[in-house]
Design a protein around this ligand. Structure first.
Ligand code: FAD
Length: 405
């Protein structure tokens, strides 16, 4: 009987298992999940779960018993340490090894470490796992703490919003002039900056963090010579893909594990999906590594189908969402194409109820809705069809969104 092994305990891994059984695969399936939890999704860890509004059921994909019911061997708290692609065998850190017919690497990414003096002090945190979120929640839920965030990417800004909502004093330190500039550009980043300032976050841009001060526990972050007092410091400066298994196995790795549109690597019967995969995107004809929930969700299914020999292509338009204070946002688009595009808005940016299009001079390559809902399907159609449309038409609210595509 065929044996499929899935390495990782995140969304891509969980969705791959689901899809294998939905497609009727009745062979053996083993999930090697490095954390102590069954596969789970991370977005609530900086939002509702951290705030205490959502419970574990919003995080865990399926309870541990579900895997038994599905005849899936779930091995939590076990890490894969080596992949022998010629011998079709995976070694684990408990000393055992698994023979496989096909293996999926869904090892995700890890927070980028800052080579900063004091980063290893007690009270300095990063946020990636459920356990990280539990530990942060224990410190922040009562309010009244001084939290200093280093970095204003999505995770930093979401933690800032949650911590502030819980009644903490929050300072965000950012090297760039505007938060989230790398993700959405300066103009849209400014929308998030203003939101946080209005909610009392002390957001300091264009600053240089020098070190974290303290002896046993962090007491301050030193920024441009000034000490910002801190009970707790969270570093959120991006993530790096967990590629070591593939790297050491001689698989092609370049900004993640390189895969084709079916999520196959250059080694026989080895697949990769989720944050760790740099997948060829057939629509924009280049490789794309997406560190988003929706990518992991869809890629897990595509990888499972490919493992089963069913025709599958990972060709969806990257999609992302965030919730911060009273702002809800969704964004679809091809990040590499959005970088040089012009931002065209429709609606009232000042009241934070608007749409932003990224227009490359001919067509829309990205679209974001802020506190406007049920428009993403229209945007995806517009982007996928690459219909020529002028910036004026995008701006003009009398032109229905349905008529743009
Ligand atoms: P991961 O979720 O990283 O899972 C990989 C798993 O593999 C980990 O559990 C890891 O321990 C395990 N692993 C690694 N190496 C091994 C090994 N050798 N052996 C066994 N196991 C191993 N995206 C959005 O679109 N919207 C959001 O609002 C959003 N919010 C987020 C909030 C937070 C706090 C975080 C951390 C991420 C957020 N994301 C969000 C990003 C999204 O969660 C990721 O894109 C998604 O988790 C990727 O899923 P994955 O399955 O590829 O990897």
């Amino acid at each position: 009987m065929a044996h499929f092994v899935i390495v990782g305990g995140g969304l891509a891994a969980g969705k791959a298992v689901e899809r294998l059984r939905k497609e009727g695969f009745d062979g053996d399936v083993t999930v090697v999940a490095g954390e102590q939890h069954p596969p789970y999704q991370r977005p609530p860890l900086s939002k509702g779960y951290l705030q205490g509004e959502e419970g574990l059921d919003a995080v865990i994909l399926h309870p541990a018993e579900w895997y038994g019911e599905q005849r899936v061997e779930l091995r939590t708290g076990v890490k894969a340490t080596a992949l022998d692609v010629a011998g079709h065998r995976l070694s684990l850190d408990d000393g055992s090894s698994l023979a496989y017919d096909a293996v999926l690497l869904a090892t995700g990414s890890s927070p980028r470490r800052l080579p900063l003096e004091g980063a290893d002090l007690e009270g300095v945190r990063m946020l990636r796992t459920l356990d990280d979120s539990d530990a942060l929640k224990a410190e922040l839920s009562g309010g009244g703490r001084r939290l200093v965030l280093i970095g204003s990417g999505w995770i930093g800004m979401e933690v800032a919003a949650t911590a502030r909502t819980l009644g903490n004093e929050v300072t965000v330190l950012e090297r760039d002039p505007v938060p989230l500039a790398a993700a959405v550009g300066s103009e849209m980043g400014a929308v998030f900056r203003d939101l946080h300032l209005e909610h009392g976050v002390d957001l300091r841009a264009s600053v240089n963090v020098e070190r974290i001060a303290g002896s046993a526990r962090a007491t301050a972050v030193v920024v441009d010579g000034e000490e910002v007092p801190a009970d707790l410091v969270v570093i959120g400066v991006g993530a790096v893909p967990n590629t070591s298994l593939a790297d050491e196995a001689g698989i092609d790795v370049s900004n993640g594990i390189v895969v084709d549109q079916t999520l196959r690597t250059d080694a026989a019967d080895v697949y990769a999906a989720g944050d760790v995969a740099n997948a060829y995107h057939p629509v924009i004809e280049r490789h794309l590594r997406s560190e988003h929930w929706d990518n992991a969700l869809k890629a897990g299914s595509v990888a499972a189908r490919s493992m089963l020999g069913i025709a599958a292509s990972h060709d969806s338009i990257p999609y992302f969402y965030t919730d911060q204070f009273d702002l809800g946002m969704e964004l679809s688009g091809y990040a590499p194409l959005m970088k040089d595009a012009q931002v065209v808005t429709r609606g009232d940016v000042g009241s934070r109820e608007f749409i932003a299009f990224w227009h490359d001079g001919t067509r829309v390559v990205g679209a974001m809705n802020v506190n406007v809902w049920d428009v993403q399907d229209k945007f995806k159609k517009l982007i996928r069809q690459a219909t020529p449309v002028s910036a004026d038409r995008l701006r003009d609210e009398s032109t229905s969104l349905d008529d743009l595509a």
